[in-house]
Write a protein that binds this ligand. Sequence first.
Ligand code: IPM
Ligand code: MG
Length: 361
Amino acid sequence: MKIGILEGDYIGPEIMAEAIKVLNAVSQKRKLDVELVDLEVSGKAFDKYGKHLPEHTLEAAAKCDALLKGPFGGPTEEINHPKWSGLERGAILPLRKNFNLYANLRESKVFKPLIHLSPLKQEVIDGVNILIVRELTGGMYFGEQREEIVNGERRWSDSEAYSESEIRRISITAFKCAMQRRKKLTLVAKSNILKNSILWREVFNEVAKEFPDVTTDYMHVDNASMQLVLNPRQFDVIVTSNMFGDILSDEAAVLPGSIGLLPSASLGESSFGLYEPIHGSAPTIAGKNMANPLSMILCIPLMLYYTFNMKDAAALVDNAVEQVLNAGFRTKDLFSANDDPSKVLGTVEFGNAVVEAVLKS
Ligand code: IPM
Ligand code: MG
């Protein structure tokens, strides 16, 4: 397996190093043949080439089976610096579009030993496991943008359009995911207002006929955002547009207690996938051995599962992480009053604990 490494900025290299250690441990256990390819991107590429995503990076990435991506971005006070300001449209969106990664999977699940960290009451959050399937290469993110002067004032616009085929393929992905889970799928849109949401409902209902075992329902996005905090357990899989998915997946991501816990997968038609944490590059804690590497480490089982179809190897890592948390080990962001302060580990030490658990299992 050939894996492209886009380590990213600030805490990116630190958490990536831990994920790679864990991958090496799995490959040692399961005799996998892993080749890692370093790919120049984001801040470092900008310093060297004046571009966030140079052509040679894309070419090398295309030769890989999967990409592991760390968070991209700089500090808030440098937000207007060219090194960081064009990053979204200069690297993040082109990466998604270039590899046609139209399905973004973000799972928010509660880790039992961390349940007290949730902003919701324990009885509300207990047992929550929600998979948001977000459309990633269409909609408002890729719609027409205009800067006009109308009646002597600036009038700027973005537009959202979806074609049937785009809705169909993401719906199929979501139904397939639901089949592997609790077989419940909720479509979230805004069909009381938006034309393209009506199309989402129609195409979704057509696809539903091919998956009779999946129970479906529909929610307007405003209601869905409320239901996510009122009664998150009612959800299994949610499928939605790029923009709504961006917003709802952040909301869902904090339910387990720390945004540092969750990985995501971006997939297309083939087994090629891009795996990344859903949080940013956290410049304020970079270089301090403080970052929680779990979101990056948990990209490994996602990659093993979706790209390489290695369910056992994926479970090996998931179980190792659970063991480490069950044993009371924490990173700083996960520490709370009832925890044993001697079990608060740095980024590297936490990674070591997961590696040890993998090797012992
Ligand atoms: C995400 C992020 C990105 C998005 C940004 C960084 C472009 O918020 O992956 O959710 O809006 O898709
Ligand atoms: Mg987002």
